[in-house]
Design a protein around this ligand. Sequence first.
Ligand code: NAP
Length: 116
Amino acid sequence: MDAAAGATRRVCVTGAGGFIASWLVKLLLSKGYIVHGTVRDLGDKKNAHLKELENASANLQLFKADMLDYDSVRSAIAGCEGVFHVACPVPSTRSLNPDVSLFFIFIDSYHSISFF
Ligand SMILES: NC(=O)c1ccc[n+]([C@@H]2O[C@H](COP(=O)([O-])OP(=O)(O)OC[C@H]3O[C@@H](n4cnc5c(N)ncnc54)[C@H](OP(=O)(O)O)[C@@H]3O)[C@@H](O)[C@H]2O)c1
């Protein structure tokens, strides 16, 4: 990814407020990309650091999206030429077989972006 690679290019990063995604958003913004970052709660203080990143005021747009909600994901990635799917859905309830449940949640989240 060279310094000019991101000029005028638009990409989406899912789960933008997460650990890995935050560093990715920072890198993309530093390279000049316009970034659509998805978060589940736009008002959550744990996502506030994103707005402090270099170039964020001009090039970072945050979208409220849950990976299991197709329409919210579609809105977030509209107009993007690439999606970095970093969000890591976890179930809100305990499962008798968490490995199987997590597998299907991951598959569902990929279905949400599979039209891209
Ligand atoms: N951290 C590491 O060292 C490491 C190493 C290797 C691989 N990984 C992998 O990288 C991925 C991200 O890890 P991480 O450490 O960055 O995790 P993290 O900090 O927990 O971030 C996960 C992100 O996913 C979002 N998310 C969870 N469920 C969602 C849903 N249903 N819809 C939309 N967003 C959802 C969370 O949003 P909320 O804030 O709203 O919950 C959060 O922003 C994981 O798959 C992990 O296994 C991580």
